[in-house]
Design a protein around this ligand. Structure first.
Ligand code: NAD
Ligand code: TYD
Length: 341
């Protein structure tokens, strides 16, 4: 099996490649990544010399490049992935998430091969009550979510029109090692360790459904090997948390692990201007993958958060190099426009 993994230098993709390299030593893994601000080959330093792993720097929108690569199946992680950035500028989101995905669907169609498209629960929009199932309507609210929903619809159209062997997964919010520190969990950790305020959007009561990244990777492995063409699977851990509770938990864990003063740590929380169109609640029903494919998450939320803090404490050099240059420019632009409330 020659597996083309796109976006493998990012957060989930790099965790997935590490999982696949150790689980399937007989597979050849080709990592195609454009290395945007979010792509970092340092995420894969420990496996970069493994004989069955190779890296190609390239863009999923580049048709010729994809045509020239030899592979038997695709798993597509490549995306612009951050809601706040999509609010500042949606153009790269439409380009990569829609046109790029179309290009990969075409490549899979030409070869008649399987493609697993990694998507998100954000395509369903926000709900005050109940859980999103795979049959729920797509009602995306941010430019990011709209671009992912568009790619899901393209995947569906390729299945219906060409009977392409395409599978779509929709996962809840991931956290864990190697996450870029623009997303909530790593941003809280990095800011707390760097003695910066921890920004809480709005009233902090928005709810997200959280999953440890390696549980997501195991789910993708199972879906990739066992799903039928055209299948859609939600992937979630039934861990609904208000942002404020996650932030308080994380700050307490950090204080405990570093010996810092717990009260001073909690006082880092700063309520700031809300995100425009901020989705109130995401909540997924993962019954289908649980009952049909027997997958279940194994990492509890508190255990996962604690392990994630340990990882950021042990890898200060890696993320220390990230939070300079482009990151600080983004940070000033994003949080400069979010004064304390
Ligand atoms: P990420 O931003 O950490 O990584 C994205 C990777 O894609 C980067 O390595 C980047 O360089 C690469 N990339 C971007 N544009 C590219 C292009 N045109 N060609 C080739 N490579 C390109 O994202 P992530 O958090 O690892 O998310 C991976 C996938 O999972 C995305 O499709 C995202 O929508 C989906 N997802 C993420 C979450 C989450 O909580 N992070 C939840 C559900 C679904
Ligand atoms: P994020 O990690 O950006 O993921 P998403 O918006 O895709 O769910 O944000 C998770 C939640 O945390 C979301 O409700 C917005 C909130 N948030 C903050 O309160 N402060 C922050 O600095 C960030 C980045 C997010």
């Amino acid at each position: 099996m020659k597996l083309l993994v796109t976006g493998g230098a990012g957060f989930i993709g790099s965790n997935f490649i590490r999982h696949m390299i150790s689980t399937y030593p007989g597979y050849k893994i080709i990592n195609l990544d454009m290395l945007t601000y979010a792509g970092n080959l340092e995420n894969l330093t420990d496996i970069e010399n493994t004989p069955n792993y190779s890296f190609i720097k390239g863009d999923i929108c580049d048709r010729q490049l994809i045509d020239d690569i030899e592979f038997d199946a695709i798993i597509n992680f490549a995306a612009e992935s951050h809601v706040d950035r999509s609010i500042i500028d949606s153009y790269p989101f439409l380009r990569t998430n829609v046109t790029g995905t179309q290009n990969l669907l075409e490549a899979a169609r030409k070869r008649g091969c399987r493609i697993l498209h990694v998507s998100t629960d954000e395509v369903y929009g926000s709900t005050e009550e109940g859980l999103f199932t795979e049959e729920s309507h797509l009602r995306p609210n941010s430019p990011y979510a709209a671009s992912k929903a568009s790619s899901d619809l393209l995947a569906r159209a390729y299945y219906e029109t060409y009977m392409l062997d395409v599978i779509v997964t929709r996962c809840s919010n991931n956290y864990g090692p190697y996450q870029f520190p623009e997303k909530l969990v790593p941003l809280v950790v990095v800011n707390a360790l760097g003695d910066r305020p921890v920004p809480v959007y709005g009233d902090g009561r928005n709810i997200r459904d959280w999953i440890y990244v390696l549980d997501h990777c195991r789910a993708l492995d199972i879906v990739f090997h066992r799903a039928k063409p055209g299948d859609v699977y939600n992937i979630g851990s039934r861990e609904e948390w208000q942002n404020i509770d996650i932030i308080k938990t994380l700050l307490a864990v950090i204080a405990e692990k570093t010996g810092a003063d717990k009260v001073a740590m909690t006082e880092k929380m700063t309520f700031v201007k809300d995100r425009p169109g901020h989705d109130r609640r995401y909540a997924l029903d993962p019954s289908r993958i649980e009952t049909e494919l027997g997958w279940k998450p194994v990492t509890g939320f508190r255990e996962g958060l604690s392990g994630t803090v340990d990882w950021y404490l042990s890898n200060r050099q890696l993320w220390g190099r990230i939070i300079s240059g482009e990151y600080m420019e983004y940070y000033k632009l994003q949080y400069g426009a979010r004064p304390p409330r």
